[in-house]
Unconditional design. Structure first.
Length: 55
């Protein structure tokens, strides 16, 4: 997680470890819902690439 940019890390933490929905992530971060979805998608994609490198 520490390899992600701060904005993506916060979104992923809220959604996947905090149990927040897209609208809740957007509200907590003070960003539009579409931006929250994009940050989550980008962050999860980067995490997937990092995990693939571990196998």
């Amino acid at each position: 997680m520490s390899s992600l940019p701060e904005q993506q890390r916060r979104a992923v933490l809220l959604a996947y470890f905090g149990g927040c929905t897209f609208p809740q992530v957007a509200e907590q971060l003070g960003i539009p819902e579409g931006t929250a979805k994009s940050r989550l998608r980008l962050g999860l994609g980067k995490l997937a690439l990092l995990l693939e490198g571990l196998t």
